[in-house]
Write a protein that binds this ligand. Structure first.
Ligand SMILES: [Zn+2]
Length: 146
């Protein structure tokens, strides 16, 4: 059996030093550490992405990805945050959950035609697969990657 068939490659930014790390979501039990600063990389919570690393993260991740396009001033985004946190926690190792601040990262938001927030976009193999505009409950989030 090829290694490729089993791996769930993902790219995630270290929350401490900002280094982009390549990981295997199927081996999270090993407790992945940042290649640069050696601190743990936590994927059981949404990971921030920016204009600078969005394409690298999406194209380097084979596992399903869910991106929350949000803004700090957006009330529904804040209300949805605990649901997204729970989703990321429960689906750790299966789904890479990302957050993109649309105010600070306008290029990516414009490229995906984000008009209302929150907008949640699911990606598979680097391509948009599904999209939900407006607050999403847990059922909607699960359906996006079903
Ligand atoms: Zn680091």
């Amino acid at each position: 059996m090829s290694e490729h068939a089993q791996s769930k490659a993902a790219v995630a930014r270290c929350a401490f030093c900002g280094k982009l790390n390549r990981l295997d979501l199927s081996r999270l039990r090993d407790g992945p550490k940042c290649a640069e600063c050696h601190r743990p990389i936590r994927l059981d919570r949404p990971v921030k992405v920016t204009d600078a690393d969005f394409d690298t993260v999406i194209s380097g991740t084979e596992a399903p990805v869910v991106v929350d396009f949000y803004a700090d001033w957006c009330g529904p985004c804040r209300m949805m945050a605990p649901t997204l946190d729970e989703f990321a926690h429960d689906r750790t190792g299966e789904v890479l959950v990302l957050k993109l601040d649309t105010e600070a990262n306008r290029a990516t938001a414009a490229r995906f035609g984000i008009r209302g927030i929150p907008t949640i976009i699911a990606f598979r193999a680097g391509k948009e697969s599904r999209r939900h505009v407006g607050m999403a409950d847990r059922r909607v989030l699960d359906a996006l990657v079903a």
